[in-house]
Design a protein. Structure first.
Length: 463
């Protein structure tokens, strides 16, 4: 095997070129510019990346609309008699678009330019370790940070390409709701869009090949998610494998196997929600950067095998969340320009699946601890026993904690309204190895959802 030696440029166009303007790339560009570096940012799609434009923000805005509609429909349970409720989905989309604009995604170019960051539109392709091409232009840099994100992973299913499908991107822009839809995949995207679509009248099927929804989490988490969807009329099919799809336009058929039997579902639309794949198609081999289909390989400093090239966010395949990407970018940018290095700590990065209820997980699950063979403890507090739950007419959900045999907190799973707000207390405790009794002895207000954290923590034995 021959190794090509590339000659460094004598002069560079930039101190740092960032590939991708999303959660990771945007943070890196702003930090480097604030440090006085000449920064260029390359974006092949919309400035700001997936999260504010087609993923996190629009989905949460649509979920808020769906939750509002559901609140009106269930108002009679609280003694309120609302009038007839109707909706116009184009108006719902207008609200979603307004929410996206309010986050600042539409003004991202002004933010970059105000800091003298050069915006380069197009697809980046490495020529060698110091030069990338964008269209017919070439740009050189002393250092690179790759934050190109990820795209929807499209499974290999017979007839899928011919039949047609949508992903989360198209789903966020629907101007009308399909009368029926089959969502292939049982993770966060499926959980969120099954609630959105069913709230607005769509007949929804979710097909997941694993034993439970959210197959990488503890079973009770996935089972709670499935139960919440089924309460809304969604049909959840687990341990099911899609073998073929057929049809076109609004007459499609999904064929799947479950428990040795073949089933068919007739629906209007198919949505693929089977995960994401890192965007690594940018000539990384020309730069000598190691990567696989699972992402770019980085060390704990977010550095690739090339000392001047770093990576952050979904493209690394490590903990694909917006807040993780932002932290990875902070670590990478610091290590690019400071002698004293910092490491990326994945111990307590929370994952949140939004909807009704919210689901938040952080740290080590019981399933993971079982595989290690080390002693551990678990404790569960059901949400339904809380005064807050009674006054809110809510009975499902729980807080589950895992801890060492001495009581040091290792992980948590929360299924509850506002789980995204509750999880930070436990993220802090897990990151800094606090004992469960410390959390149990912390006063939680009454009545509040967070009381369940204190109750669960009180069941862990501290030594």
């Amino acid at each position: 095997m021959y190794t090509t030696r590339h000659k460094k440029p004598i002069n560079y166009d930039f101190d740092l070129i960032v590939v991708g303007s999303g959660s990771g790339g945007g943070v890196a560009a702003h930090l480097a510019a604030a440090d006085g570096k000449r920064v260029g940012i390359i974006e092949a799609d919309v400035l700001g990346g997936d999260c504010p434009n087609t993923s996190c923000v629009p989905t949460k805005a649509l979920l808020a609309s769906a939750a509002t509609l559901e609140t009106v429909h269930t108002a009679s349970g609280f003694g309120v008699r609302p009038g007839t409720t109707t909706y116009n989905y184009r108006s719902v989309q207008a609200w979603k678009n307004a929410a996206v604009q309010a986050t600042g995604a539409g003004n991202e170019s002004n933010a970059f330019r105000s800091e003298h960051i050069t915006i380069i539109k197009g697809h980046a392709h490495f020529i060698n370790p110091w030069i990338v091409s964008v269209g017919l232009r070439r740009y050189s840099a002393r250092a690179f940070l790759i934050a190109s994100g990820s795209s929807a992973r499209i499974p290999s299913i017979k007839g899928l390409q011919e039949t047609g499908y949508i992903t989360y991107k198209e789903a966020s822009r629907l101007v009308s709701i399909p009368k029926s839809i089959c969502i292939i995949g049982g993770g966060a995207v499926a959980y969120e869009y099954a609630q959105i679509l069913s709230a607005f009248g769509s007949r929804v099927h979710v097909i997941e090949s694993g034993l439970h929804m959210f197959p990488h989490e503890d079973p009770e988490v996935g089972d709670s998610a499935a139960a919440a969807l089924e309460d809304r009329g969604v049909k959840v099919h687990t341990v099911a494998r899609v073998t073929a799809v057929s049809g076109k336009e609004k007459r499609k058929v999904v064929t799947f196997e479950q428990h040795g039997q073949q089933h068919r579902i007739a629906i209007e639309e198919i949505m693929i929600a089977s995960g994401k794949t890192p965007n690594v198609d940018m000539g990384l081999e020309n730069a000598g950067v190691y990567f696989t289909d699972e992402g770019i390989r980085v060390n704990r400093y977010m550095q690739t095998n090339k000392k001047h090239i770093y990576a952050a966010g979904d493209v690394t395949g490590k903990h694909c969340t917006t807040h993780a990407a932002m932290q990875q970018a902070k670590v990478a940018t610091h290590n690019l320009y400071h002698r004293k290095k910092v490491v990326m700590d994945y111990t307590a990065i929370p994952k949140v699946f939004f909807g009704q209820p919210e689901i938040a997980v952080v740290g080590a699950s019981e399933h993971e601890l079982k595989l290690t063979g080390v002693p551990y403890q678990t404790a569960i507090a059901p949400i339904g026993i809380l005064g807050k739950a009674i006054t809110s007419n809510y009975s499902a959900g729980f807080v589950k904690l895992t801890a060492t045999h001495t009581g040091i907190l290792l992980g948590a799973s929360i299924v509850a309204p506002y789980a995204s707000e509750m999880v930070s207390e436990l993220s802090f405790a897990i990151k800094y190895r606090r004992y469960a009794c410390d959390v149990a002895n912390t006063i939680h207000p009454f009545p509040s959802w967070s009381e369940a954290i204190g109750i669960a923590a009180s069941k862990i034995q501290c030594i």
